[in-house]
Design a protein around this ligand. Structure first.
Ligand SMILES: [Zn+2]
Length: 332
């Protein structure tokens, strides 16, 4: 089945618009939902190329940015929300996103800086050398301009309903990939807008992210555990088609969820064997698993390892020890 080209709707009135990004993930999928209110799901990154592309795609459907009546964000990542400020200003559209994301978006620059500071602390605690840490901090700060601030006028909670493009969708909070992930479900059509919650061609990563409420005391976030819970909930939904944030739509999400969960178990076993050999920091585990990539993609690989270590800690097969502000993990 061929789905999601500019000319061929994914479902009646649902058009995929693939917008280029400067990131390794490649294009991001936005969705134009014709009907009342005229709705755009996700915006693409804040770049001239992204805006150009979006405007041309809208024009192919006989629309302009100014016509948009509702912009819905699936989550907080800049490839999905970066053009929000511009679209909001030009269209006056309502903006819907998870309610807890509203303050984060309202002061985007400060939020992005605080997220970076949080990531730096996570990297230090988990054994990433300071020179790499500093470099990654500089690189990350250089990317902030691909995101943007915005004003959420339709704050969404889990269980809410929202009308997009003439049809009603239920809203479900699905934290894991980010704390603010939502999916939007049209049960009659079995159509789910999934953002990056579930992707077909790559497994979505559960990044270690600063909690949205900014609270830093209390237990640390366990994104992969949250993500597993979210995936199991999605598998129960009887969705027949998932419109994803990257790549092609998914036609059998329940089977894909099974595959993803099995892959997690396999990876957790591999990590358990590495910390059985000797206690290791999460970064050392990442280097054992991925070599050079653990340096180039230090935060991503660190998040992967920490997520799976959380599974082992929860299962009681791993423990952690702390010395000089650095955490090491060991088999118990
Ligand atoms: Zn994302």
């Amino acid at each position: 089945m061929s789905v999601g080209t500019l000319t061929e709707p994914l479902a009646p009135g649902v058009h995929r618009i693939a917008v280029p990004t400067p990131f390794a993930v490649g294009e991001v999928n936005c969705y134009l939902l014709t009907g009342d209110p005229l709705t755009l799901i996700d915006t693409g990154p804040n770049s001239g190329t992204g805006l150009d592309h979006l405007e041309r795609a809208l024009a192919e459907h006989g629309r302009r940015v100014e016509d948009l009546e509702l912009v819905v964000l699936t989550h907080q990542h800049m490839d999905h929300e970066g053009l929000l400020e511009i679209l909001e200003r030009r269209s006056g559209a309502e903006v819907a996103a998870l309610a807890a994301l509203a303050p984060w978006l309202a002061d985007y620059r400060a939020s992005a800086r605080a997220d970076d500071a949080y990531a730096q602390a996570v990297m230090r605690r988990n054994g990433i050398p300071q020179d790499i840490n500093t470099l990654l901090g500089v690189l990350s700060a250089g990317l902030h301009s691909y995101g943007s601030a915005g004003t959420v006028t339709r704050p969404l909670e889990d269980g809410d309903r929202i009308t997009m493009g003439g049809r009603e969708y239920s809203v479900h909070h699905r934290p894991g990939h980010s704390p603010s992930d939502i999916v939007l479900f049209d049960a009659d059509r079995g159509l789910l807008f999934g953002g990056d919650h579930l992707l077909g061609h790559i497994s979505s990563n559960a990044l270690v992210s600063r909690p949205l409420d900014g609270r830093l005391e209390g237990p640390r976030p366990t994104p992969l555990i949250d993500y597993g819970r979210s995936l199991r909930a999605t598998a129960q939904m009887s969705a027949r088609l998932v419109a994803t944030g990257h790549g092609e739509a998914i036609s059998d999400p329940a089977t894909l969820v099974d595959t993803r969960l099995r892959d997690q178990e396999r990876r957790a076993r591999k990590i358990l064997s590495l910390i059985t050999e000797q206690p290791r920091t999460a970064h050392e585990v990442a280097q054992q698993m991925w070599g050079e990539i653990a340096i180039k993609q230090a935060y991503l690989t660190l998040s992967e390892v920490l997520g799976h270590l959380d599974l082992l800690l929860a299962a009681g097969t791993a423990g952690e020890i702390e010395a000089d502000g650095v955490t090491r993990f060991l088999a118990v």
